[in-house]
Write a protein that binds this ligand. Structure first.
Ligand code: 5BU
Length: 483
């Protein structure tokens, strides 16, 4: 390793930009290593060296670009140093524009089809680099390359490659560990512990350790979440706050799926389990004796037992069609269902279409995106799930999208709720590809805020007792995860 790089790693360690111990990350994970490059603003010599070594990396790779842009905020001063030292124009990405709408996302002068080089201090999953690239793309500036000082080797480079962004890293976590061990800053046990952490928390599924279940992010990550009462305060959507308040009041994260075929059966189940659930999930189109008045009865029951109604309609068509499917026909779903879900496959129009209905009617509704499925062999890929997450986070949907139906935790944003179906006290499956996980695993390992249980309850001899068992299992698992 070049002495310049080795010395820089040692200096970063000395100023506590690289720390070892036990740290709770933003994601809730417990990590043995913590990188905080913000501190280098206090050490101009180190800042200069960082900027220099990153610029050299760009030179070595003969990258061509018209400007540089630092990922806010830590990499901003680094990009500034590169810009002024080497006379390269700089662009600034505004992080907070989302709240204003009319303000520019990118500050500085640029031309359409200019190339911008992204500068980042540390890359983990690659999301921040990608978001910056997206912001630049939105004003016509292209991004082909990004330079990062430190790659944590958790899949960021691979993930960015799928978006045609090449990540050039000055050093990797493995190199950092090697240098620090060699200079007796950390011992072998810490090196192994850190490597194990990095390996088992990769974002890239292709290299992730094999896990028994299908497509979720089940790496044994420890989830730490705010309490439901806190979440109710933190979330932005009224419907989500209502849901968290119900969960807090009734001490339940259980949604029951009433997949039966007559109005009478649906009502019977709800009367038995209503006290123990926060959501009743319906498939209204499987009820054979459906009459429009039934939805009023459903709403009365929702009021009596204090739960929300989630119609599991999985809209999946163009915006114009789903608008009609949502508000017209015999079901008039928008009139009575608090929550609906969509397959994000058609793109943002499927969400905007429904959102328009809600806006026009002045309703308080929520929409979930099906980002992962429980069924064996489903065609959802990691990229699709990530794209669903980005759609959910889009500013234009913030008044409507409340989270996901998924199999793993996709974001720590308390406004986004994770509902996990395919839950049963005894794991296993059915003969049509359904795959079950237990309430404990769903909540603790997969990060479910809500567990969705269908036949586990509806086929039990004693509906009420069974619902109580699931409620208890879900609630106890939740208690183990609150911070
Ligand atoms: P079960 O009886 O617990 O298997 O019912 C699960 C319910 O959740 C059922 O209504 C499905 O339509 C729904 N579901 C699911 O099982 N898996 C998924 O990935 C999604 C929905 Br999305």
């Amino acid at each position: 390793m070049e002495p310049k790089k080795r010395n820089l790693i040692l200096k970063l360690y000395e100023v506590n930009a690289i720390k070892f111990g036990t740290f709770i990350l933003k994601s809730g994970l417990e990590s043995p290593v913590y990188l905080d490059l913000r501190v280098i603003v206090s050490y101009p010599e180190i800042m200069k060296e960082v900027a220099n070594i990153m610029w050299t990396k760009a030179e070595e790779n003969t990258l061509r670009y018209d400007s540089v842009c630092g990922v806010p905020y830590t990499a901003l001063p680094i990009a500034t140093c590169i810009s002024t030292d080497h006379n390269i124009p700089m662009l600034i990405r505004r992080k907070e524009t989302k709240d204003y709408g009319t303000k520019k996302m990118i500050e500085g002068s640029y031309k359409e089809d200019d190339y911008c080089l992204i500068i980042e201090d540390v890359v983990t999953s690659g999301t921040s680099v990608y978001e910056t690239a997206q912001a630049l793309n939105s004003v016509g500036v292209k991004v082909r390359d990004a330079i990062v000082l430190l790659d944590r080797e958790q899949g960021g480079a691979d993930s960015l490659k799928t978006q045609d962004i090449h990540l050039h890293s000055v050093c990797t976590m493995t190199e950092v560990l090697t240098v620090l061990e060699k200079h007796n800053k950390i011992d072998k046990t810490m090196v192994e512990k850190t490597k194990e952490f990095i390996y088992s928390n990769r974002f890239d599924q292709t290299v992730k350790k094999p896990t028994p279940q299908a497509n979720g992010d089940h790496t044994g990550k420890k989830i730490i979440r705010p309490t439901w009462a806190e979440s109710a305060q933190k979330c932005k959507l009224q419907i989500t706050a209502r849901l968290y308040n119900i969960m807090h009041k009734k001490k339940t994260n259980l949604a029951v799926s009433v997949d039966v075929h007559s109005c009478r059966e649906v009502k019977k189940i709800i009367e038995a389990v209503g006290l123990h659930v926060c959501i009743v999930k319906t498939h209204i189109d499987i009820i054979e004796d459906f009459v429009p008045e039934f939805t009023k009865e459903l709403q009365d029951l929702a009021e009596k037992y204090n739960f929300l109604i989630f119609e599991d309609r999985k809209f999946a068509d163009i915006g114009n069609t789903v608008q009609s499917q949502y508000s017209r026909g015999i079901y008039k779903i928008s009139d009575w269902a608090d929550i609906v879900n969509v397959h994000p496959l058609p793109g943002k129009g499927v969400i905007s279409g429904l959102q328009q209905v809600v806006k026009d009617k002045g309703l308080k509704r929520g929409c979930l995106l099906v980002a992962e499925m429980s069924s064996a062999g489903n065609l959802i890929t990691k990229d699709y799930t990530q794209a669903s997450l980005r759609l959910a986070e889009a500013d234009e949907h913030k008044d409507f999208v409340m989270g996901f139906v998924c199999q793993s935790r996709l974001t720590e944003d308390p406004s986004m709720i994770h509902m996990v179906p395919g839950v049963k006290l005894s794991s296993g499956g059915d003969n049509l590809g359904q795959q079950y996980t237990t309430p404990e695993e769903a909540v603790i390992k997969r990060g479910a805020d809500i567990i969705i249980v269908g036949r586990g309850i509806t086929e039990a001899d004693n509906l009420k007792e069974e619902a109580e068992r699931y409620q208890k299992a879900g609630y106890e698992a939740y208690l183990k995860t609150v911070s």
